[in-house]
Design a protein around this ligand. Sequence first.
Ligand code: 16G
Ligand code: ZN
Length: 558
Amino acid sequence: MADPIAEAVAKHPPAQSVVYSYGTAGFRTKANVLDSVMARCGLVAALRSRALKGKWIGIMITASHNPPEDNGVKLVEPLGNMLTVWSTLLLYPCCDVRMRTRTNRYTQEEWEVLATEMANKSSPEEVSKHYRAIADKFHIDLQTPARVVIARDTRASGARLLSCVLNGLKGASAEAKDFGFLTTPQLHYMVRCLNTEGTADAYGAPTEKGYYEKLGEAFKRALHGKKPSGSLTVDCANGVGGPKLTELIKYLPPKGEGLEIFVVNDDVIKPESLNVECGADFVKTNQRAPPSSKAGSNDRCCSLDGDADRVIYYFKDSKNMFHLLDGDRIATLAASFLGDLVRQSGLSDSLTLGVVQTAYANGAATNYVVQNLKLKVDCTPTGVKYLHHAAEKMDIGVYFEANGHGTVIFSIDTLETIAKYEPRSPAQKEALDILRACVDLINQAVGDALSDMLLVEVILAHKNWGLQEWLSTYDDLPNRLLKVKVTDRRIFETTDAERRLVKPKGVQDDIDTIVKKVRQGRSFARASGTEDAVRVYAEAASRAEADDLAQKVYKIIE
Ligand code: 16G
Ligand code: ZN
């Protein structure tokens, strides 16, 4: 009898001697060795959907800020989050996101391991056997419908890899909905909309137009009559964010009444220019504007990455000095603004706000949140899924990685409190209206550069601030990030949210000894989740001390 699973994967044989691993952001490597992975991810997504009684699962084909010749794939859970530890929407056929249960046996690690195993099976027969073994192990009824929604960024390899995914889905008899080109956060948005359609928690219309309308309308409401000052130049990394931002602008208040946006580095016709000398990763890593930038002094600029899930702001001052406002800054800005709105609405007795960071957060940002904003800070390992998960435990969780990945999430109970609250004065009503608009403006599914950017613009407009005023809220500690090439990064094991090494033995003691001698010194070393390297971060009271500390820790690791 024909085996449609084996037949489907036989069309896409794996590359010789490549070992695949579902890492921090899914599978990601050179595009020319990904065909087999894509077809098999189709199978895993179909199983995951069936395990969740036919909920829509997302597949995003992207390699974010990686070079143009790379590509990758990640799976998106029903509420638009990543493969997660305790998904809120579990084994129930109804779409009520309120239904929480502890009966979910599927943990993130298990599904990541399943995906990794699937990707590394050598023959089509083994893949098919593994597919059935997973179904058996988790009591997945293979007759249950499976539904998968797919999108991709603008990489040249995307179309070919999409066809591999579609073959996998066909082999697994899954229904496929292909949205063509989308930003990663737009795909997350679609997944959440599709799974909540027609329920009390409907997230929005599952169309591109629905996304733009939701953001455009919320932006207008959140501005509440305020007008952003000046203009904003947006570097789109020559990625999918360019055309999508151009479309979004049509739904924003017209120039003159609203924000003037200049879209730059939006060339998606030449995919080889993706992320090259532009984009959020370039700007953050090199601490300078893209060489092509024509922005004048004090012009407000921001950069997205290749799939538009990261954003960072920057400007050059009148002395031509470059200043970066990264994810830490966006977190402090958003936390301070939302905290004020909660207080002004009269909700501070019922709602608390917290901030989630990683070890990379500048010590000055952490201090500012704790001492000035008087908010709780949680620290998690690197990777959006960890931050998102920690933020889910808060009433209002503001989470950002320094590199610009992040968003704000409101718990289900918080959403209800905000929706039902009766303001007791016109001032409370005004704050509440703005808070409600922010809830709609912020992409709750995942960090979204376009949505985060509009939120920053709303806050700056309300505070009547430019980037200089935003920057002056606190001074960053000088810091340095280094990459150490190592033969085996797996020997570096960390604890305490990657802030301390437990292995190799003795290395952390050596780091501690030098850190102690440095004013405001802090340093850590962690194995990269995306490449064969160990990253060393150091900060200190002065530039020279930070550089010196980083060098010394580099030597210890080397
Ligand atoms: C991935 C993560 C990013 C993290 C980076 C760290 C997602 C969507 N992306 O790109 O959040 O900052 O890895 O890379 O989670 P590293 O482990 O190589 O330092
Ligand atoms: Zn990205």
